[in-house]
Design a protein around this ligand. Sequence first.
Ligand code: CUA
Length: 153
Amino acid sequence: MSKLEEIWMTVSVGVLVIFMVIVGYQTYALGMGPPSHKETIDPQKVEQTAPFDNPGLIDLGDNKYELVMTLEAFAFNPGNVEVPVGAEVEFTMTSKDVSHGVQIPGTNVNAMVLPGHIQKITHTFDEPGEYLILCNEYCGTGHQAMFTTITVK
Ligand code: CUA
């Protein structure tokens, strides 16, 4: 092997190692990794575990709401929710069976909802209208029928 080849191989492996050390340090020492696996739940016991034992819209006052929602093939529970204009809604979601997705086109709500994990996402509905909530993660033969709405008025 020529001397130049050796130098470049050493440099490229060195750069790789340096980047891995930097990313590892940021993730584990500085806690800068993306949030994930924060809250878990036994997917077999969703119906017995609070707050999912009582899914629904909770009025927190001050036009803030928590929407506790379970996803299963092929439905959102509860569906067809209604909130006032300007409502800040925190979606608290989990799946009772397989991996689902939740997306509200035209908003920043777009996340995976996995069995065993609690997914939280907050959105403020400033514009009145009927918003589509759809599953964007293929979950079985009824996937395309898995949607509901949230009405803002
Ligand atoms: Cu649920 Cu696709």
